[in-house]
Design a protein around this ligand. Structure first.
Ligand code: HEM
Length: 441
């Protein structure tokens, strides 16, 4: 995964600085060579995790300005639990493998990103909280190197690897836990949908094969299940009254996902935009135009090798839209969309195979389009309108304002991307063509 340089230091210099002995606490040389038994690492991780279970209370106290939970108390607690004297000997032991390094990064990420949120909320520059803990910063860089991952938390550590009934959170709110659930369901269900469509895309399964229609219907069913999960955001849990996630929950959560520099390089925080399954379905459907594909390509640098390879391969495969047009023998010039009449004529001529595929594909597109519309509805509800309901004194300490994406992009860009889906012929023409054929029979 690549990172954005922001300051004067290059990545080569970072390695040098990270290995310097500048007087800050570091494990003594003997400890560095001493084998660290797994159980010692395991014990340290368990203790850190136990502290992180209390972190939401501390974060809440700082956010709400509760006198007994000041920023300095949080700083003291974090410093005690991620003391380089404790974590350093483990990190540098030579016994930390990629999996453990990633787990460690995720745990440390909760502590460091909490401090950063409050420091930035108090008007301090990004990275100032971490800069006050150079021993911790060096540990993050070392763990990032071992894990082949940015030296902080990401959508992998915060959501995908933190996938349990009781995930770690910044705020402790049900809403944040539900968001975690929804991201993991997206990863699973959209990943399934993309996989169901893969054989058709690579040409291993002909659209004339009845199994192809089943695969398209299964993909549509996966998206339909996910849509119900997204609908639950604003519904109460059984027996309750309030929404599972309120605008306040959402805005509190996203303020812990801020960018900050580590070792002189700016790193963005966890962002659900980078979950690979989402663009994989866009590419399978075929409604991503050149600009959309360029946006997807930009996300590759935030994905691990496996996900990036999947998306890179998907970028180069024919979409279902292309496979359908091939099946019904409809050729249009590059950039020119088929009309409803052309679709009706060609589907009719292609016999029952063409009709069945067009019907199943239209269903798939409807489901995916409805999901995208619901997503925009949530953005509107939680940020555009919901942002105005946050108490003014709390909004003032939120570094990330509701009208901005966590990556710093404007919501207009996201709206344009979602409108691109709505304007595609698979949405504007195909369902009408399928309906007219059905009624004509
Ligand atoms: C309350 C629910 C949600 C809200 C309010 C919301 C909000 C947003 C916002 C503000 C953006 C703009 C980009 C940015 O912030 O950097 C965005 C984009 C995006 N979000 Fe969400 N999100 C929600 C749920 C989810 C979930 C559960 C996923 C699952 C992975 C997800 C995946 C994405 C993706 C892939 C994009 C890129 C735009 C697209 O492809 O349509 N979001 N979302």
């Amino acid at each position: 995964m690549r990172t954005q340089p922001t300051t004067t230091r290059t990545s080569t210099q970072i390695t040098t600085v990270a290995n310097d002995n500048d007087g800050h606490p570091r494990p003594p040389a003997a400890a560095l060579r001493m084998p660290i038994p797994d159980r010692q690492a395991e014990k340290a991780l368990r203790e850190l995790e136990a502290f992180l279970r209390r972190l939401p209370l501390l974060n809440r106290g700082v956010e709400y300005g509760t006198v007994s939970f000041s920023m300095s108390l949080l700083e003291r607690e974090v410093a005690a639990h991620i003391d380089p004297q404790i974590i350093g000997p483990i990190v540098y032991s030579g016994h930390v493998d990629q999996e453990l390094a990633l787990r460690y990064l995720g745990l440390l990420g909760f502590a460091v990103s909490s401090l950063e949120r409050h420091a930035q909320g108090a008007g301090r520059p990004a990275g100032s909280a971490l800069a006050a803990m150079p021993g911790v910063e060096r540990c993050l860089l070392e763990l990032g190197r071992i894990a082949n991952h940015p030296p902080r938390d990401s959508h992998y550590t915060y959501w995908l690897n933190n996938n349990s009934d009781d995930p770690l959170t910044f705020t402790g709110e049900t809403g944040e836990k539900f968001f975690n659930f929804a991201v993991n369901q997206t990863d699973l269900l959209l990943g399934n949908a993309a996989d169901y469509l893969l054989d058709i895309r690579i040409g291993a399964l002909s659209l004339r094969d009845p199994q192809a229609v089943l695969c398209i219907e299964e993909a549509a069913a996966s998206i339909a299940i996910l849509r119900r999960v997204y609908l639950d955001y604003r519904r109460p849990v059984e027996g309750g009254t309030g929404a599972r996630m309120t605008p306040l929950d959402f805005n509190r959560m996203r303020n812990y996902l801020l960018p900050y520099p580590v070792g002189g390089m700016m790193h963005s925080g966890p962002n659900a935009t980078n979950v690979a399954a989402y663009p994989r379905v866009d590419l399978a459907i075929g409604w991503a135009d050149e600009a959309f594909c360029a946006t997807i390509a930009q996300r590759l640098s935030h994905m691990n090798d496996r996900d990036a390879a999947l998306v890179r391969r998907d970028l180069g495969l024919p979409s279902l839209a292309e496979r359908l047009l091939d099946l019904i023998g409809l050729r249009t010039e590059k950039g020119v969309s088929p009309t409803i009449e052309q679709l009706i004529d060609h589907i009719r001529q292609s016999g029952s195979d063409g009709r069945k595929v067009a019907h199943a594909y239209s269903l798939l597109v409807k489901e995916a389009h409805a999901l995208s519309a619901l997503h925009w509805g949530h953005i509107s509800h939680y940020l555009v309108h919901g942002g105005k309901t946050i108490p003014a004194e709390m909004a003032a300490t939120m570094p990330l304002k509701p009208h901005t994406g966590v990556s710093g992009s404007s919501l207009d860009r996201t709206h344009a991307l979602m409108s691109g889906r709505s304007a595609h012929w698979t949405v504007t023409c195909l369902p009408k063509a399928v309906d007219r054929l059905t009624f004509a029979d």
